[in-house]
Design a protein around this ligand. Structure first.
Ligand code: BGC
Length: 887
């Protein structure tokens, strides 16, 4: 028996995240027993968490802050502990589990608090804004700052203990930053501090910097770029300076030993600013890196520096004194919230891709094909003569065998590197791309092995996997996984490549169930939902179209169904999949606020409890509307009312789970909405009057009718030549609605269709991700529309939730899969299906296969502490306990 995945607020050994309220979780594996008899949790403070985990003596000497004793009710998915945590302090925690058969296991984990409410010793600094100097040159002015380096030299006492864990850097930089100490980049993360609702909080990061420090002189450099904070953001040209118009940094570095701790360096007005080699950067357009401007790294004379930089159009002017060096001033971001410990997961390099093919196109272009559409950037081994310029441009697809990028709209998505004559591994710092192809323009010939593509995303792990006997369906599954990997870079984005990449709430909402199956998402969503609640707080509870909110243009709008319903649907899916009541309680105020907001609005108009007005994206991009355009045919007010009911119902259930009295009020509201929907949108036979596939699918999935809606739905699919015509809303619900009403064969037909519109249509055309539109690319490979046509949009990937939940048949019967439903729906056309899901209870597996004679074999795994309701197609029903089962 082993204890694994010890998590604190859904993070393993978290370093300085926002972890209040504190909650522990763990998973028991390799057990012979089937459930927990009791668990014991102990917490103690530790010095820098250097204590060896194997040290039994630790608990004998430690000052124990919490000891649950043998707790028979201990919940392994969510064990909240109320502790008076101190800032910047390390803690160890141990869990011991005794199983029903008498075997036991223990394991230890650690966590460390960040600055919490402690005041910062570092001060916010920014490059000084100088008056115009006499020669007409000026230091980069506030609004013109695109990149800078804030630097400071400091001394470390020889006697200071610098072993790992004994030095911590607390830091935030705006728009985006990288910190370098003694010429090495600190930590493994990129694009920090990430994209959050800066208006409400600024998330600080913490790094273990002991490995970078040395006795004697040290140098810390904070590189700053524009990022989401002040760079161009939003479509149709977008906006700049949305959250601030200068570059800022704040930092403090502590060194700790047994004798105590010392503030080794902090930001203040004695720092200097340096001209950055990055002469241009923003999220959409990319970056220009002129390595000739790295002149501070050598002791160049002023004359040499001028020869390198002088006369160059890109050269920034320099303040008086040393070339390229300037002063800083104390200046704090004016329009932002307070500094807080981070919620956002680090953005890290996840996978690398070598060039699959170096293509010389008919137009004479050199194009690198990495074989998979990814989000991230390309690293180049550059060994070029000084002044050599190399530019990479990102694209998703080739057209007529040539490079193409028009569907990225105004996003230039380029990286230019200008060599200083020294060999370097060049990569962008303050941008990212969504790409499969990179066009290379270079003054000298290049070779494929000079380039490596890196996939970047928030640091979460895959927990789900599906394999079937159909290679194309397996490719679809891979494409869907990539859609998630590529669009979860700190916010759930609509797409990673064009001039958008925003946290569209509708896309995030319809995909959230699939997302929770594929990957371990609670910490990621915790951060997104924190921002959502913050944005709601100034919108009367309404949920914006995008989170973080852009505050200008149509992206500032809010309250549109089913975008705004993300405020309820995402936290509910997170609760269903990960079972944390602590997180449900944290997210509940936002859920309730959205339902209250809708109620206030609809009650202001006379009549029953229905959504009666407003702009709703509704079944966005459905194909069933004779009117051209992106809107589906299903009545948007029916869809909005159905979601209003669903959200009120979820709030009622949540309030009940959390023991809140208002549960009754929301139950009554939900019932009233349901009745009103029946009155207005259902006929005398109990069938929905919106006679679209989406209309019926919603009625079934939201439990709006007991009538034969499944038959009506199937008939509509058949009438459409066995094809779907749904958009964002209907696509999520279509196959679940068919299978749940006994029409699984039709659902599988939709899955296996290969002609337009279908999922495998894109697979046949070589897609490695899921497209925004069913017809993003025509049968001849020609991209259809350029205006709104991304090849990496995850909304239609919501089919994966049906594959997990119905084809393999793994669904939560109780939150967190403490009790699961195992109800596979075999279909001979798929030959076999194998599903695996590492839930918070542990690993569930569900597989079926069909041999030549048509005989079915089933096998299942149920994790320790869990139970599953097995429902086989022949009607057999059993309750399975932990273990492996064959039928
Ligand atoms: C985005 C979508 C988004 C939609 C709403 C598009 O441009 O890419 O996925 O939800 O706009 O208008």
């Amino acid at each position: 028996m082993k204890i694994e995945k010890m998590r604190v607020n859904h993070l393993e050994n978290p370093l300085c995240f926002s972890i209040c309220p504190l909650s522990f979780s763990w998973i028991v594996t390799d057990a012979d027993g089937s459930r927990q008899r009791w668990a014991r949790i102990r917490v103690a403070e530790c010095f820098s968490c250097q204590t060896s985990m194997a040290e039994d003596s630790f608990w004998k000497q430690a000052e124990i802050l919490f000891d649950s004793g043998e707790d028979a009710a201990a919940d392994s998915m969510d064990y909240p502990v109320s502790l008076d945590l101190k800032p910047r302090t390390g803690y160890l925690w141990e869990v011991t589990v005794m199983a029903d058969n008498g075997e036991s296991a223990s394991a230890m984990g650690k966590f460390e608090t960040g600055k919490m409410d402690e005041p910062w010793m570092g001060q916010w600094i920014s490059p000084k804004i100088e008056e115009k100097s006499e020669n007409g040159l000026q230091q980069a002015e506030g609004a013109n700052q695109v990149s800078t380096i804030l630097a400071k030299k400091f001394f470390m006492d020889e006697s200071l203990e610098l072993s790992s864990g004994a030095a911590r850097l607390y830091i935030c930089g705006l728009g985006v930053y990288e910190c370098w100490i003694n010429g090495k980049k600190v930590g493994e993360e990129y694009l920090a501090p990430g994209y959050h609702s800066y208006d409400f909080h600024l998330q600080a990061q913490t790094y273990d910097v002991a490995p970078y420090l040395k006795a004697g002189e040290n140098e810390i450099c904070i590189w700053l770029g524009e990022g989401w904070f002040k760079g161009r953001l939003g479509f149709d040209g977008g906006f700049t300076d949305i959250y601030g118009d200068r570059l800022y940094a704040i930092a403090e570095l502590y060194v700790k030993n047994e004798q105590g701790e010392k503030l080794a360096v902090r930001t203040d007005d004695t720092w200097e600013s340096r001209v950055s080699p990055i002469t241009f950067n923003n999220i959409y357009d990319g970056e220009v890196y002129d390595a000739r401007r790295e002149y501070w790294t050598d002791s160049l004379t002023e004359e040499q520096a001028e020869n390198t930089l002088g006369g160059s159009a890109e050269a920034l002017s320099e303040p008086a004194g040393k070339p390229g060096y300037g002063a800083v001033e104390l200046a704090a971001p004016e329009r932002c919230g307070a500094l807080t410990d981070r919620y956002g997961l680090p953005i890290v390099k996840k996978d690398s891709f070598a060039v699959k093919e170096l293509i010389h196109t008919p137009k004479g272009e050199t194009v690198l094909d990495f074989g998979q559409e990814i989000t991230g950037w390309v690293e180049m081994d550059c060994d070029f003569p000084v002044g050599t310029k190399i530019t990479l441009s990102a694209g998703e697809i080739l057209q007529n065998d040539c490079f193409y990028r028009e569907n990225l709209r105004t996003a230039k998505a380029e990286f230019t590197y200008i060599s200083n004559g020294k060999r370097a591994l060049a990569r962008p710092h303050f941008t990212f791309y969504g790409f499969r192809y990179m066009k290379v323009e270079c003054d000298v010939p290049v070779k494929a092995d000079q380039f490596t593509a890196w996939h970047l995303r928030s640091d979460f792990d895959q927990i789900g996997q599906i394999e079937t006997g159909n290679a194309k369906v397996n490719q679809l599954f891979s494409n869907a996984l990539w859609g998630q990997k590529d669009n979860f870079l700190d916010v759930p984005t609509d797409c990673p490549q064009r001039d958008e990449r925003l946290g569209w709430t509708g896309d995030a909402q319809v995909f959230s169930e699939t997302a929770c199956y594929n990957m371990y998402m609670p910490a990621f969503y915790r951060k997104y939902l924190w921002d959502m609640r913050a944005e709601q707080s100034i919108l009367g509870g309404s949920v914006p179209n995008v989170v973080p909110r852009l505050k200008q243009g149509m992206v500032a709008e809010h309250g549109s169904c089913p975008w705004a319903d993300a405020g309820v649907m995402i936290p509910w899916n997170v609760y269903q999949h990960y079972g944390s009541k602590t997180l449900l309680a944290e997210t509940y105020p936002g859920m309730k606020a959205w339902v209250d907001c809708q109620r206030k609005r609809e009650e202001a108009i006379e009549g029953p409890h229905l959504v009666k007005d407003g702009f709703h994206f509704a079944d966005w991009l459905a194909l069933d509307n004779e009117q051209p355009g992106p809107f589906g045919a299903t009545d948007p007010l029916y869809i909005a009312s159905a979601y209003y009911y669903r959200c009120a119902d979820i709030v009622a259930q949540s309030a009940k789970i959390l023991g809140y009295e208002e549960a009754k009020e929301y139950r009554e509201l939900a019932d009233a909405i349901k009745n009103a929907i029946h009155e207005k949108y259902f006929d005398e036979n109990g069938l929905c009057v919106c006679k679209t596939q989406t209309g019926a699918a919603i009625a079934i999935c939201f439990g709006l009718t007991d009538a034969q809606e499944g038959e009506a739905l199937e008939a509509r699919v058949k009438a459409n030549k066995d094809h779907l015509n749904t958009g964002f809303v209907g696509t999520t619900m279509l196959c679940p609605a068919l299978t749940a009403t006994g029409h699984n064969d039709t659902a599988v037909t939709l899955l296996l269709n290969e002609d337009f519109p279908s999922w495998l249509y894109s697979v046949n055309l070589g897609a490695t991700t899921i497209w925004e539109r069913w017809d993003s690319v025509g049968p001849d490979g020609t991209i259809s529309a350029e205006g709104m046509n991304s090849l990496n949009h995850y909304s239609y990937e919501s089919i994966e939730a049906w594959m997990y939940g119905y084809v393999c048949g793994i669904r939560p019967a109780e939150p967190g899969f403490r009790r699961a439903i195992l109800e596979p729906h075999p279909d001979q056309r798929l030959h076999y299906a194998k599903g695996r899901l590492e839930t918070p209870m542990g690993l569930y597996e569900s597989s079926w296969s069909c041999d030549e004679s048509g005989k079915m074999n089933y096998s299942f795994t149920v994790p320790f502490g869990a139970e599953a309701e097995l429902r086989l197609p022949d009607g057999r029903m059993e309750v399975l306990t932990a273990g492996k089962w064959e039928y």
